[in-house]
Design a protein around this ligand. Structure first.
Ligand code: PBG
Length: 320
């Protein structure tokens, strides 16, 4: 290869069309998932519109608008009317997510509906598993998580996505799904989910802040990447169909490492704090939201993500 002046990299940067021809990474609506919060009562969110809560009727209207604009996939989170120690609202037949699934399913046959499978929005203490003697009990949580996943599949979920970080939950969910005839329902495992400071706005929206302690006893230490690959490998061995890294922007190296290590679909969750930071800076006049969001999402794809869960999904049809 010859250097300057024979070589001039600016030649292909001269016009938008030239740049387009050689672009290595692109952002397509097809690979985005919009997270949606469903609750007995709607709750608008002026500052973070992607994080509003909908009642079932409002959810149907929101999904109608999203689908009409070209959004292909949504992920449901539920806020139950009441919380208890067994996370009843997560797995009962009349749970809020189950009701939402039954409302959406017949109306939007083409839409991919994923569900977050976790107990934290449904337990009185806000932890992702069952508490026994002040500890989050791994094995006793598995049965309730599996029951939750089966009830979601039964109500019409296309994909279940466990986010609790208990050991062995993917295997427990796979077995329970298969036992009930849901062998075609894929599992998107939140495999490398870090104990992150960037979940703040979500915990407000989902009312899932733990009432004691924190999540570091089950979510991953932000300092570790080799361990993330072990998490992915174990989830795949247990039957995960796709793996997810979360959060996304502070963990681009983890996305890249997972991409290189595994030939399965890799998802990334562009979490509430990543969204809120840009929103706040844009409101202060410091950043252009559209440009900063598209740059962030492009970076997540460039790192190796196939699909992205992002609160910006609802803005993408207008932006792209
Ligand atoms: C747990 C769950 C969380 C998020 C998705 N699933 C919160 C947590 O682990 O505390 C966070 C998503 C976000 O911040 O956007 N059910």
């Amino acid at each position: 290869m010859s250097a300057f002046p024979v070589t001039r990299l600016r030649r292909f940067r001269r016009t938008a069309s030239l740049r387009g021809l050689v672009r290595e990474t692109s952002v397509h609506l097809d690979q985005f998932v919009m997270p949606l919060f469903v609750a007995p009562q709607a709750l608008a969110n002026e500052e973070l519109p992607g994080m509003a809560r909908f009642d079932v009727e409002g959810l149907v209207a929101e999904v109608d608008a999203l689908a009409a604009s070209g959004v292909r996939a949504v992920m449901l989170f539920g806020i139950p009317p009441e919380k208890d120690d067994e996370a009843t609202g997560a797995w009962e037949d009349e749970g809020i997510v189950q009701q939402a699934l039954r409302a959406l399913r017949p109306r939007f046959p083409e839409l991919v509906v994923l569900t977050d499978v976790c107990l934290c929005e449904y337990t009185s203490h806000g932890h992702c598993g069952v508490v026994v003697d002040g500890e989050i009990h791994n094995d006793r949580s598995l049965e309730l998580l599996a029951r939750t996943a089966v009830s979601h599949a039964d109500a019409g979920a296309d994909v279940v996505a466990p986010s609790d970080m208990m050991d062995g939950r993917v295997g427990a969910i796979r077995e329970a799904l298969d036992d009930r005839g849901f062998e075609s329902t894929p599992i998107l495992a939140y495999s490398a989910k870090y104990a992150s400071a960037f979940y703040g706005p979500f915990r407000e929206a989902a009312d899932s802040t733990p009432s004691f302690g924190d999540r570091r006893g089950y979510q991953m230490d932000p300092a570790n990447v080799r361990e993330a690959l072990r998490e992915c490998e174990l989830d795949l061995d247990e039957g995960a169909d796709a793996i997810m890294i979360k959060p996304a922007l502070p963990y681009l190296d983890v996305i890249r490492a997972a991409r290189e290590a595994f030939d399965v679909p890799v998802a990334a969750y562009n979490v509430s704090g990543e969204y809120a930071m840009v929103k706040a800076a844009a409101r202060a006049g410091w950043l252009d939201e559209r440009a900063a969001a598209l740059e962030s999402l492009t970076a997540i794809k460039r790192a190796g993500a196939d699909l992205i869960v992002s609160y910006w999904t609802r803005d993408l049809p207008a932006w792209l």
